[in-house]
Design a protein around this ligand. Structure first.
Ligand code: DER
Length: 235
C-alpha cells in the first residue's frame, strides 16, 4: 500500500458520511482531493443527489467545477452540514495543524461553520504534540511589514526554540501569496509549545496576523489509514 493508497482509503471512508441534500465543505490537499473526486463520481452515478459544495481554496473550486459538483459559498450557506479535509498533523487530543498547502484561512472559515468536520489522514500525520513533526505551523499574515510580524511571532515562542520563516516559491524564492492575497510565515518549534489555546490567543493578538494553522478542538472525527501493526511473529 502506497501513502497515496492510504490517503484514498481514508478519503473514501469519509465520503460514507455524505448524504444527499447536504451542504459540504470541500477540503484542500492531496488527501481531500480523493474525497472530492469520489463525491463527483457518486453524483455522476446518481448515488448522491442535491449536493452543494463549499470549496476551501481556489484549487478545490477548480477541481469541483471540473467534476460538475454544484458550488456555493458561506455567504449563501452560513451553516455547512459536513466538511471533509486533510491535515498536516493530528495530536492525541485531535487538535490539528493545517495549512501546509496554504489554504488554512478559508479552511478554518468553512470548517468552523460546519456541524461535523471529518479529518482524513494517513498514519504519517499522527504526532505526540503539535509541532512534533518538525514541519511548519503556518500563520497567514498581511504583506505590510511582514518582517516585523515574523519577528514578533518568533519572539513569542523563543523559549520553544521557534524559528519563523517567510514561505517562498520557486528558485527565485518569491513570497508565496495565498488565495486571499496574504503571506505565510511558517513557524518551526523545537519542542511542545504546551497550552495551544494560550498560544493561539497570543498569535491572534498580534496586529498583522490574519489566522494560524492550529485547528484546536475543531475535528469531530479523524479517519486514519495506516499499515497494519506487524503481527507478533508466533515462534
Ligand atoms: O494545507 C492544508 O490544510 C491541507 O489540508 C493539509 O493539511 C493536508 O494536505 P495533504 O492531504 O496533501 O497532506
Amino acid at each position: 500500500l502506497t501513502q497515496d493508497d492510504l490517503k484514498k482509503i481514508a478519503a473514501y471512508k469519509a465520503v460514507e458520511y455524505v448524504e444527499s441534500g447536504m451542504v459540504l465543505g470541500l477540503g484542500t490537499g492531496s488527501t481531500a482531493k480523493h474525497a472530492v473526486d469520489r463525491i463527483g463520481k457518486l453524483l455522476r452515478q446518481g448515488k448522491l443527489k442535491d449536493i452543494v459544495g463549499i470549496p476551501t481554496s481556489k484549487k478545490t473550486h477548480e477541481q469541483a467545477l471540473s467534476l460538475g459538483i454544484p458550488l456555493s459559498d458561506l455567504d449563501s450557506h452560513p451553516v455547512v452540514d459536513l466538511a471533509i479535509d486533510g491535515a498536516d498533523e493530528v495530536d492525541p487530543y485531535l487538535n490539528l495543524v493545517k495549512g501546509r498547502g496554504g489554504s488554512l484561512l478559508r479552511e478554518k472559515m468553512v470548517e468552523g461553520a460546519c456541524k461535523k468536520f471529518v479529518v482524513i489522514v494517513d498514519e504519517s500525520k499522527l504526532v505526540n504534540y503539535i509541532g512534533g513533526s518538525g514541519l511548519a505551523m503556518p500563520v497567514e499574515v498581511i504583506q505590510f511589514c511582514w518582517k516585523f510580524t515574523a519577528s514578533r511571532l518568533q519572539n513569542l515562542f523563543q523559549e520553544f526554540g521557534c524559528v519563523a520563516k517567510l514561505r517562498t516559491l520557486g528558485e527565485k524564492a518569491e513570497p508565496y501569496v495565498t488565495d486571499n492575497g496574504n503571506y505565510i510565515i511558517d513557524l518551526y518549534f523545537k519542542q511542545s509549545i504546551g497550552d495551544l489555546k494560550a498560544a493561539s490567543d497570543s498569535i491572534l493578538q498580534i496586529a498583522g496576523v490574519v489566522e494560524h494553522g492550529m485547528f484546536i478542538d475543531m475535528a469531530t472525527t479523524v479517519i486514519v489509514a495506516g499499515k497494519l501493526i506487524e503481527e507478533e511473529k508466533v515462534a
